[in-house]
Design a protein around this ligand. Structure first.
Ligand code: FES
Ligand code: FES
Length: 161
């Protein structure tokens, strides 16, 4: 099938198998390897991207269901800000030392990106629940949670300033 998608504000038209996953398309066809493949089965959250404004697991999305979709990956979030500095969520993860091996990090950041955009004032409990679908083999869950709260604070001050 012919698939047209917009990824990080750039439109692509590709010839793909309808059963191919969005994860495969991003990594193997477009070379966007910031989106990680942990399990290919929807269990780990490593492949989370933002599709039409919602955080979704790219390994579970088939090509036939995503024609004309608008997709944002970890490679596309920082240029929203001037001078290509890091996105505040990325900054927060560094400051809170929430990146260990980093394999789960881009999925977590994309989850938070969609969450905080939709609900900037979400409660701590709401953040905790949103992160439940993400596994970290390095088990640094407390720094990840701290980073998420810091990201929320940093985004608020950025938006109010
Ligand atoms: S690779 Fe998609 S949820 Fe694990
Ligand atoms: S930082 Fe290593 S898997 Fe999460």
């Amino acid at each position: 099938m012919e698939l047209t998608i917009t990824v990080n504000n750039r439109e692509y038209t590709l010839e793909v198998d309808p059963k191919e996953s969005l994860l495969f398309i991003l990594r193997e066809r477009l070379g966007l390897t910031g989106t990680k493949n942990g399990c290919s089965q929807g269990h780990c959250g490593a492949c989370t991207i933002v599709l039409n404004g919602k955080a979704v697991k790219a390994c579970l999305k088939k090509a036939k269901k995503i024609n004309r979709a608008n997709i944002l990956t970890i490679e596309g979030i920082s240029p929203e800000f001037p001078n290509k500095e890091l996105h505040p969520i990325q900054e927060a993860f560094i400051q809170a030392t929430a990146v260990q091996c980093g394999f789960c990090t881009s999925g977590l950041i994309m989850e938070l990106f969609a969450l905080l955009r939709e609900n900037p004032s979400i409660t701590e409990q709401g953040i905790k629940e949103a992160l439940e679908g993400h596994l970290c083999r390095c088990t640094g869950y407390q720094p990840i949670f701290d980073a998420s709260l810091l990201a929320q604070k940093m985004m608020r001050s950025k938006n109010s300033g």
